[in-house]
Design a protein around this ligand. Structure first.
Ligand SMILES: [Zn+2]
Length: 185
């Protein structure tokens, strides 16, 4: 029997799963980015995978109340995903131009790409981060952490050295997609 790709093996199936996640994030960001740019308020949600059907779906969309931040609900039980599903990623928009802007708590610096806080959130919860920006560019951040999860349980494994001392979590990788999201302009 010729190799029909049915036996995908670990590496390939991981890649396929990532492509599906990337595309879901792209589709969700495409829906919300134009409105987010218009209002200059960040929008985002968590992407969950149904444990039985493997279908990927978003939690209800959240809109930031102050400029330059949105709480997508990762601090809630199971990162906001319903029971019987697993949190895989979160996505949000960056509708404002880079530069210094007056935030609710003073002057904030808005840079292009992920903020340190965005990356920390991915590391802390062990989920891929996606951002859709004002110019239609889309980035992903894949944290380098190991997650242990079970029924009602989810934790990022704290790396330690040979003596059991906690090590700083190393940053993962940022990738840039070669597609453009709609911006409404
Ligand atoms: Zn951000």
């Amino acid at each position: 029997m010729p190799d029909d790709g049915a036996d995908t093996g670990q590496h390939k199936s991981t890649t396929v799963a990532f492509a599906r996640l990337d595309e879901t994030a792209r589709d969700e960001l495409a829906k919300v980015l134009p409105g987010s740019i218009k209002s200059e308020l960040e929008k985002g949600a968590v992407l969950c995978r149904d444990d039985r059907t493997q279908q990927i779906f978003p939690t209800p969309l959240r809109t930031g109340e102050a400029k330059h931040s949105v709480d997508v609900g990762l601090r809630e039980p199971n990162c906001g995903c319903p029971s019987g599903s697993t949190p895989l990623a979160y996505y949000h928009t960056h509708p404002s131009p880079p530069g210094e802007v007056a935030g609710s708590d003073g002057l904030m610096h808005v840079a292009e790409g992920f903020s340190d806080e965005d990356l920390d959130v991915s590391d802390q919860f062990g989920v891929v981060g996606y951002v859709g920006q004002r110019d239609g560019t889309m980035l992903a951040y894949v944290p380098k952490v190991e997650v242990v999860s079970g029924e009602g349980y989810r934790a990022v494994v704290q790396p330690t050295d040979a003596e059991g001392r906690a090590l700083k979590i190393a940053r993962g990788e940022i990738k840039r997609f070669n597609w453009k999201l709609p911006t409404g302009r």
